[in-house]
Design a protein around this ligand. Structure first.
Ligand SMILES: *Cc1c(COP(=O)(O)O)cnc(C)c1O
Length: 375
């Protein structure tokens, strides 16, 4: 019999890597509901509810808040292609994988990227950013990653945005891993463009990217000299679809069932309370850290910059990185992440994101890791 045409039933895993993370059972159930038309009045109303839910989660009143019908990387691209035009200067902070992708986006928009580089495992140095803003008063935007999933470092989003505003510079923020896991306040921090993802701390399936744009960002988009090079991600067009009140113009077919899933995950976040969710990630991170130390393991990142939802564990000398991870997966159905780039082979990345961030998961992970390491 041809395996290719047999039903696919995945072995269940516990997802404690850099994403996707465990999806909440309620979200999976919402996903499986009957599909309706994407212009059905019921669905139009659901889109408004999703917008309200995202505004809550992001702490923003921005009317232009929605989910792009594609993963976090598309949200990243949406921010850059709409705000950056050929010749624009953008100051990009890089201290891991994702800052490098921001640079790539700037270049593909025909912009010039002024790079502020810091070692992987360290936060972006605010002083260097201040110097760059001073040196490049014509910079249009400052772009940085709030939660660097490749290293487990938290960049000081509030301070970076405050600095950018002193220089009348737009801010573009990657909040893919931060949303729902650590403090994030779009309006208070004066973030102009932000993208996130559904598969990290929102306990939702992969494939959608929440984004939000401030009034200053919208004004910038409206004053563009060149049309946005991406038709699909052109916010002017997408706005007509997600826009309030106005008659919705067909733009593309929304991933209807995925929007059910996102809506359910936002309901779950609201029931728990945003601040409580941040606190849960911090409290359980502390529990994981203690347990890891009990196994003789240490964390890469200094406590003051450490992300609770992404724990970079230093691999002890003489331990076979790939073997440990494959045993965890094959014998315990537990997925943790490998190091990337400069940190490949040096760290494991243990995620505590959203629904995966639970005491029973921590107990399970520590037990499995202890058994594998003792062999
Ligand atoms: C996961 C991640 C992305 C990319 O999101 P996808 O949904 O995989 O496209 C971007 N930035 C950061 C910081 C991430 O952790």
């Amino acid at each position: 019999m041809n395996q290719a045409f047999q039903p696919f039933t995945p072995q269940a895993r516990t997802l404690m890597g850099p994403g996707p993370s465990d999806v909440h059972p309620r979200v999976l159930k919402a996903l499986g509901q009957t599909t309706i038309g994407h212009l059905d009045p019921q669905f139009v109303q659901l889109m408004d509810h999703v917008k309200t839910g995202l505004q809550y989660a992001l702490k923003t009143q921005n009317p232009l808040t929605m989910a792009i019908s594609a993963p976090g990387s598309a949200g990243m691209e949406a921010c850059f292609v709409n705000l950056i035009e050929p010749g624009d200067k953008v100051i990009v902070c890089q201290n891991g994988v994702f800052g490098g992708r921001m640079r790539e986006n700037v270049l593909r928009c025909g912009g010039q990227a002024i790079m502020i580089e810091d070692p992987w495992g360290q936060p972006t140095d605010i002083q260097k950013v201040a110097d760059a803003l001073q040196q490049h008063p014509d910079a249009k935007a400052l772009a940085f990653v709030h939660a660097e999933t490749s290293t487990g470092v938290r960049n000081d989003a509030k301070a970076l945005c405050a600095l950018a505003k002193q220089f009348d510079c737009l801010t573009i923020v990657d909040a893919v891993t931060s949303l729902g896991g650590i403090e994030l306040a779009v309006d208070d921090w004066q973030i102009d463009a932000l993208y996130s993802g559904t598969q990290k701390c929102l306990s939702c399936v992969p494939g959608l990217s929440p984004v939000t744009f401030s009034q200053a960002a919208i004004d910038t988009i409206k004053q563009r000299k060149h049309p946005v090079q991406s038709w699909f991600l052109d916010m002017d067009l997408v706005m007509g679809y997600w826009g309030e009140g106005a008659k919705r113009a067909y733009h593309h077919t929304a991933p209807v069932n995925s929007i059910y899933a996102l809506h359910e995950s936002l309901c779950i976040l609201h029931e728990e309370g945003l601040e409580n969710a941040w606190q849960r990630h911090q409290t359980l991170h502390n529990a994981l850290k203690q347990g890891l130390e009990g196994l003789g393991l240490s964390l890469l990142v200094d406590e003051q910059y450490r992300l609770p939802q992404l724990n970079s564990v230093v691999i002890p000398d003489g331990v076979d990185d790939a073997l440990v991870r494959s045993r965890l997966l094959n014998e315990f159905n537990l997925e943790i992440g490998a190091g990337l780039g400069a940190l490949a082979g040096k760290i494991w990345r243990i995620g505590l994101m959203g629904y995966a961030c639970r005491q029973d998961n921590i107990d399970y992970c520590l037990d499995a890791l202890g058994k594998v390491l003792n062999r």
